[in-house]
Design a protein around this ligand. Sequence first.
Ligand SMILES: Cc1cc2nc3c(=O)[nH]c(=O)nc-3n(C[C@H](O)[C@H](O)[C@H](O)COP(=O)(O)O)c2cc1C
Length: 395
Amino acid sequence: MLQNKNILIGITGGIAAYKVCELIRLFKKNGANVKVTATKNALEFVTKLTLETLSQEPVYLEQFSIEEKKPEHISLCDWADVFVIAPASANTIGKIANGVCDNLLTSLACAFQKQIFIAPAMNTGMYNNFAVQKNIEILENNGIKIIEPETGFLACGTNGKGRLAEVSEIYSVVESYFEKKQFLKNKKVVVTAGGTKENIDPVRYIGNYSSGKMGTAIADAAAIAGAEVVLIKTFDIDRNYKTVDVKSAQDMFEAVKKEFVDSDVLIMVAAVADYRPETVQDLKIKKENNDSFTIKLVKNPDILSEMCKIKKTNQQVIGFCAESNNLIEYAKEKIKRKNCDYIIANDISKKETGFASNYNEVFVIDKHLNMTKIEKDTKENIAMKIMELLYGKNN
Ligand SMILES: Cc1cc2nc3c(=O)[nH]c(=O)nc-3n(C[C@H](O)[C@H](O)[C@H](O)COP(=O)(O)O)c2cc1C
């Protein structure tokens, strides 16, 4: 279940820090990739050398070192599928619950948009303290999974609640999270993303503002859900699933036809140009020779419609509909005209949820024109909510 999953472990300054060495080993043994971030105080309890040897990665400590071209708290967020903070001290719990970001671990927790697990461990007095209890409640109410401490004999000599949950328990909570998420296991999902580029001459093209963020988020969500993913894209991005690079609508059409044959689901998120220049000039068009010129455009293939025409009963085709006005009306008309299984409609006129934004707000419309609104959220969260709504276990 954990094969190739990227697990970020956060260690704070508690006596139970040594137990997390065993957790790292367990995750690694079961195929996960592990990176560790630790607070300065955590290293009073367990050495950097031990953590680096076990994880086979550098331990991330510094907020202000930029080794992977992006600030560490952003690149690690991109990399990790889940963030497991164990042991979580009363101090760090308080900071995360209140949005304090004064070290790499707390900045990561603030920026992280996927699942965070927190395993508190502390003396019973600290655990029962009103502020700690209130902070844990805040974390739980905001989607963080708390792996409760156990009752027993504590390192400080007292007997009570506060001992770090067993390493095997932390492991199985994380494992069952991934298990539940595997609702697309054994399915092949093809996703298109980005805006196509239609050449005019060797240096110019007709394009659009699509950033490819929503399509990438959909492909990532399908991969997290266990699907075999193929992302057909018009921009540079590295992923650990199959990607196919295309430029024009026609290239994309060819790539989609090839990948669709043995797929279960096609999700067309790309902004495909409706038209392309009828002829592409071999040489750069020179302004010296032309005061004006006309480009004749011809229609591109409608990839979504074409795939809907050939889809078999066991295949689904999902279209995206980006409109700047009359969103729902156009979306409903589109699903009927194109005969796709679902249309995801989003309003690109809204600045905060438009093309290049990290946020979106969508309406999922099915064949019978039933509509579900997914409220404004990050594109990653919207993508996961769409996949859960359409293919999650409860469906
Ligand atoms: C020997 C020792 C053991 C400690 N154990 C814990 C603990 O289990 N849980 C906890 O919340 N704090 C514990 N503390 C206190 C934390 O180390 C302290 O609050 C620190 O500021 C936490 O920093 P951090 O959250 O940045 O790692 C311990 C301190 C010492 C000296």
